[in-house]
Design a protein around this ligand. Structure first.
Ligand SMILES: [Mn+2]
Length: 280
């Protein structure tokens, strides 16, 4: 007997070390559904160009999905920017999984939600990109580099003090406004489409809220926040926070190599974590 009508997942980033496949598997074990919607950045082809980290647990997740599809669960996959390679195949069914550019989902209570990844509404500037590249572990590194910079400046007799960490903090403020810009932009787009709401991902910031009459729902991610959206049988939506099941990685994630970052890589990989680090 299914426990929920629909499960909405985004930003799983399979193929990367950061993907919390074990937490995701635990989530799936606890949630049966009639529908599963995968809303982009499920497979991280961008990161896989730099190196593939595909664990057994990630395989198990894919197998479980395929198995559910075989057993009659409707599974729709809307690609995002990290799995945009799949976009050219939209309209095709892979086994029992439907691949779609976007998907109009009607809830049990008749509300119409457009399912999109959301990157098409991302108005990222160069500055935000800088924060995105930073990731969630780099702040302490920044502080250390700042120490080296000060030393170099002293050696070169450059007067004054310039704080790299302070610079990062200012950039994070910009990043927070980036989230608002993104939400506003999505909501404007949805009003034009005449839908009741949107279910998206991309910015790794899960929420359910109403913005100017449009229901804005973001699934979050399975790299940092471990969140999903579920639709109950009465059509109501719930944000499930599965973070407590997330496994703390034994090794610290590597500091991103700036040379390896692709120019279009604008995703704030773990913006909420970065903001917590700096605010905390
Ligand atoms: Mn994305």
């Amino acid at each position: 007997m299914p426990q929920v009508r629909s499960i909405f997942l985004s930003d799983i980033h399979l193929g990367t070390r950061g993907c919390q496949a074990d937490a995701l598997l635990a989530f799936l074990r606890h949630h049966d559904s009639e529908n599963i919607f995968l809303i982009g950045d499920i497979i991280d082809f961008w990161a896989m160009r730099r190196g593939v980290h595909w664990s057994n647990l990630q395989n198990t997740f894919v197998q479980k999905l395929l198995r559910r599809a075989r057993k009659g669960v409707k599974i729709v996959f809307v690609p995002g920017n990290h799995d945009e390679a799949l976009r050219e195949h939209c309209g095709i069914n892979f086994g029992d999984i439907e691949l779609r550019h976007e998907y109009l989902h009607t809830t049990a209570n008749g509300k119409r939600y457009l399912l999109i990844h959301g990157d098409e509404y991302d108005q990222v500037t160069r500055h935000h990109r800088w924060v995105a590249v930073l990731g969630d572990v780099a702040y302490n590194t920044l502080v250390r580099i700042n120490g080296w910079l000060s030393m170099i400046r002293r050696r070169l007799n450059i007067p004054g003090y310039w704080s790299l960490a302070g610079y990062a903090k200012r950039k994070v403020k910009t990043a927070v406004s980036f989230i608002f810009d993104f939400e506003d932009s999505v909501v404007r787009g949805m009003r034009e489409r005449g839908v009741d709401g949107v279910i998206c991902g991309h910015i790794h910031a899960a929420t359910i809220k109403t913005i100017q009459g449009i229901e804005y729902i973001n699934c979050g991610d399975w790299v940092d926040s471990c969140t999903a959206i579920v639709e109950h049988f009465d059509g109501s939506m719930e944000l499930i926070d599965w973070r407590e099941h997330a496994v703390v990685l034994a090794t610290e994630p590597a500091i991103p190599d700036p040379d390896a970052i692709l120019p279009e890589q604008a995703l704030p990989l773990s913006l909420p974590a970065l903001i917590r680090t700096i605010q905390g």
